[in-house]
Design a protein around this ligand. Sequence first.
Ligand code: SF4
Length: 596
Amino acid sequence: MNPESNPARTESDLIPVRALNQATYCQRLYYLEYVESVMPINEFVEEGLFTHRRVDDPDLAHRSRKEGDITKTRGAALSSEYLGITAKLDLIEEEQGVVRPVETKRSAAPRDPAGEPTFWDNDAVQLCAQALLIEENLALPVSSGVIYYAGSRTRVDVPMTVALREQTLATIATVKELARRETPPEPLPPELRNRCFGCSLAPICLPEETLYLSTPKSVEQAPVTQDPTDSSISLLRVMAAKDERAVLYVQSPGARVGCRGAHLVVTIEGREVNRAPIATIRQIVVFGNAQVSTQALHALTQAEVPVVYLSGHGRFVASVMPAPPKNVGLRSAQYRVFSDRERSLGLARAVVAAKIANQRTLMMRSLRSQGVTRAVDEADPADRASIRASDEPAAREMSALAARVPGAPDPAVLLGLEGQAAALYFGNFSRMLKARSPGRSFDFTTRNRRPPRDPVNALLSFAYAMLAKDCFSAVCTVGFDPYQGFYHTGRHGRPSLALDLMEEFRPVIADSVVLSLINNGMLAEGDFLTWRDACQLTDDGRATFFRAYEGRKATEVAHPVFGYTMTYGRMLEIQARMLSGYVRGDLPAYTGFTVR
Ligand code: SF4
């Protein structure tokens, strides 16, 4: 489009020339960052910002200074309506009538086959766009520019050849095309995948996973695959398998979280009881009337650490999240897709199928480890050795229910199948609890809540509340509206999407923690209080629970589709990101998380 034909065009429509660098490096990177406005900071971005601190110094902007024979101008802002680009140039050097742009990069200069320093294509395109801006704005020819690679302290000359100029104009045209797309371009092909390591958007882009799920093979599996059979693949993981930072639980009545320098300090009645560097914390969970100071909230928000407020009983009350991601496009797509009856039903089928599969797996594992499978009890003694846990009547019935999930014609039928599976599962829950000596048993007869009336139900309710707050964080981190779900819909104020995501993880995180706390004797009756039929954990009991819960989230597990291992905590985010890929149209389907 000729910019002159569009009088409504404004400065903000112009393409920043650094975007040309990204579009040359990877078109998907450009799209995610500039079209979807996703911008996480990783160590490479931070280092880049540090490298640019002199360039971006407002006191130096637009000032020309003579240094020897060279006149240097920093931070010059130049634009071209005709080309549709804009830039704030790091540095323009002028020497004896010859003008050249100088661009600073944090990395080391690459080497050519002869071992001489050279430049990256994407950097050259950015520099060339600057040269075009100088030529148009200052009416001076630019025959070359310089890239200063701070990592190796190398200045590399870049000639403004015809080929480079053509490549730059073609990149501008490509960027304009990309801005009109509804969905991101595909991730880089395998031969360029080395570029993904160190890419700040890798955890959002999920290049290997997206390509894998975009293949025809994955379309056959999705969206309701619960039992992927191809375990041979193992994708290259470009994001960390775990988050080493800790969750700080603040539950003592009267506790107060303050901030001293780069540390959080927890006090009770003015006495310091805990202190931790903010950099080592990934989430704060505040119960009841414990408090967080305004100063600490500011510091935590700046460090992008969410603070979750729960009632004294563990009910979700509110959360203070860092500024939500700016990708309005994802939220618009979320409202559109989740309002589509067929598509939201497809998603609901995927999570319910995964939930039933995981309930069945946990039940079979637990019964097997207890040696109490009913199938064995009922079999002829001669056949007992060949009986498998999957022969358990409840396991067989759950399989049959799961097989009906893909054909569920509406949410009501789906809810019915989920309820029948839950009845079978909880009907066997007491058998999954290790038999203990008389007087020390944790009986379970049926699931009850609001309020839970016995220790096992109190533990289950508390575990689900903790999982819900983590799913809430995961969907917010990705940029979803947590209150708009595809399955749990309708009730005002309910974080429906967090509850949707939670379904497939209930058995493998929450129920599993409850079983291990009881079966390993980590909790005793003295860790519970009962008042007016409502049972809840004591403060000490909760402290034990938090350790077990965080331990479970730190457990690594293989992803059923992608093959690589990750902690359960990270798996919540991976699933939220796969859901966002489906909602944005990047992936053909959403596949629920299942364990083997
Ligand atoms: S992770 Fe790779 S494919 Fe994805 S945006 Fe970054 S460079 Fe592009």
